[in-house]
Design a protein around this ligand. Structure first.
Ligand SMILES: NC(=O)c1ccc[n+]([C@@H]2O[C@H](COP(=O)([O-])OP(=O)(O)OC[C@H]3O[C@@H](n4cnc5c(N)ncnc54)[C@H](OP(=O)(O)O)[C@@H]3O)[C@@H](O)[C@H]2O)c1
Length: 330
């Protein structure tokens, strides 16, 4: 049974190895055995491997922040899951061929959905949904603005907002993303720049934007805020630029704007299991009906870890990179 291990902190493809151990035995009571089908390589995992994430685990450390798979065996006392069911892991350390999970650490997901999309369900669609609904009560036709709009989270925001009737301004840094994002349902797509606020006002007819969603930080946070109306909430959930979020006193003091931070791990830590099930029933349903769909650029086996991690580190990708630990999936 193969799994991926972090041996030290550094450049991801140089510090990870493929390890092999005996397959886990039959699942114990209240456990299920899962054949992992799809696990994405997320920016958070790259930060973790390079030692720049929220916490540094002791190494050697099994990797894999998220993933989904198929139940192949169930232990005593498990009645709501059976072999053949698809599940998503709530825990970490998912980059492995076969895992025995406690039933408390998996969520049943639709069997008819694309396994690659299910593999990406835990983090990005949930993050998108919670940020869209947790800070500002949007009404149909209301606008929101986001940057890094071509990311996995960005796609989910566009698709979920469109399904709810909310309009999106999407800030990107590459012109060739404009048409593909519009095809996904983006209302406005704009290249980031110093005159962002003027161009947003022009494209939206001076919309009073109350929600900004920021994955980039640095000056991009300030430019999003400049594009919003008084009292707007800027939700920062990433720091892709590597710089601290900028907001001016004019924005916070005179225009009553606020900067909030969102971290899924912390947010979910405060949720009851019933709320977690409800969240994944909502976003899982949106994946199963095709509303939420993240582009995929490539999939790799665990043996191809070096190539996969090098690929995931490249800028200008057209989609996510995933591991399919048990070979290609359909
Ligand atoms: N706080 C949370 O709970 C939480 C949850 C999920 C994700 N996140 C964060 O959300 C962000 C997106 O994650 P993801 O999985 O959706 O990403 P992803 O699909 O792997 O895509 C990465 C995106 O980042 C963009 N990017 C990279 N560096 C940038 C920069 N300096 N300025 C502007 N854009 C830049 C890339 O744009 P190009 O195509 O132009 O290269 C690409 O769109 C990451 O920062 C991740 O850590 C946070």
């Amino acid at each position: 049974m193969k799994f991926l291990q972090l041996n030290e902190f550094g450049t991801p493809h140089q510090v990870v190895s493929v390890e092999e151990e005996a397959a886990p035995g039959a699942p114990a009571a209240q456990e299920v055995q899962v054949k992992m089908l799809a696990c994405p390589i997320n920016p958070a995992e790259m930060l973790l491997m390079s030692g720049r994430y929220a916490s540094k685990p002791d190494v050697p450390y099994r990797l894999g922040i998220e993933g989904a798979g198929e139940v192949v065996a169930v232990g005593d006392g498990v009645s709501h899951l059976k072999p053949g069911d698809r599940v998503m892991s709530l825990g970490r350390q998912n980059w492995a061929e076969l895992i025995n999970f406690s039933v408390n650490h998996v969520v049943k997901v639709p069997d008819n959905a694309d396994p690659l999309q299910l593999g990406m369900l835990k983090v990005n669609p949930a993050t998108a949904w919670l940020m869209l609904t947790g800070y500002v009560q949007l009404q149909p036709e209301n606008w929101l603005i986001q940057n890094a709009a071509n990311s996995g989270v960005g796609h989910a925001i566009i698709q979920l907002a469109r399904a709810e009737g909310w309009k999106t301004v999407n800030v990107v840094r590459r012109p060739w993303l404009i048409d593909p994002l519009k095809e996904q349902g983006a209302d406005v797509v704009i290249i980031d720049g110093d005159d962002l606020a003027e161009r947003v006002a022009e494209e939206t007819g001076n919309a009073d934007i109350k929600l900004a969603i920021d994955a980039v930080a640095g000056a991009s946070t300030r430019r999003l805020a400049e594009s919003c109306g008084d009292g707007a909430v800027v939700v920062n959930y990433g720091f892709l630029s590597g710089n601290p979020c900028e907001m001016t006193p004019e924005q916070t003091v005179f225009r009553d704007m606020s900067l909030r931070g969102f971290w899924l791990s912390k947010f979910m830590g405060s949720m009851e299991r019933s709320e977690i099930d409800k969240l994944y029933a909502t976003v899982g349903g949106r994946v199963a009906d095709g509303t939420v769909h993240a582009p995929v650029e490539a999939t790799y086996t665990l043996d191809q870890a070096v190539e996969a991690l090098e690929h995931a580190a490249r800028e200008g990708r057209k989609g996510k990179i995933l591991f399919t630990p048990n070979g290609p999936v359909t």
